[in-house]
Design a protein around this ligand. Structure first.
Ligand code: SF4
Length: 93
């Protein structure tokens, strides 16, 4: 018998991206969103649980519910190195 799964209201996934080489380590992202951002001892921030990508970038898949707080972090970042994209490809910020 087939198992019935209940779909969550929104399954939309987003990619949180950090252009880490250009981060100036101001700590604003960690102050605004401590769930996803922390300061590293090298003086730059990290996406908590993020994967390291080519060119020193970091990336993490997040749920739609976590977008707002990361949009806030992106808007707070003085050098605009925090990016968000829909998993299907559309860039948000
Ligand atoms: S707000 Fe931007 S520049 Fe400041 S630590 Fe975070 S990512 Fe780096």
């Amino acid at each position: 018998m087939d198992q019935i799964t209940v779909e969550p209201e929104s399954k939309k996934k987003f990619l949180l991206q950090h252009d880490r080489p250009n981060c100036i380590g101001c700590a604003a992202c960690a102050a605004v969103n401590g769930k996803h951002w922390e300061m590293n001892e090298d003086g730059k921030s990290d996406i908590i649980g993020g994967k390291n990508k080519e060119g020193g970038w970091q990336e993490l898949e997040i749920e739609e519910a976590d977008v707002e707080k990361n949009l806030e972090a992106a808007e707070t970042c003085p050098v605009n190195v925090i990016h968000l994209a829909e998993k299907e490809g559309k860039k948000v910020i």
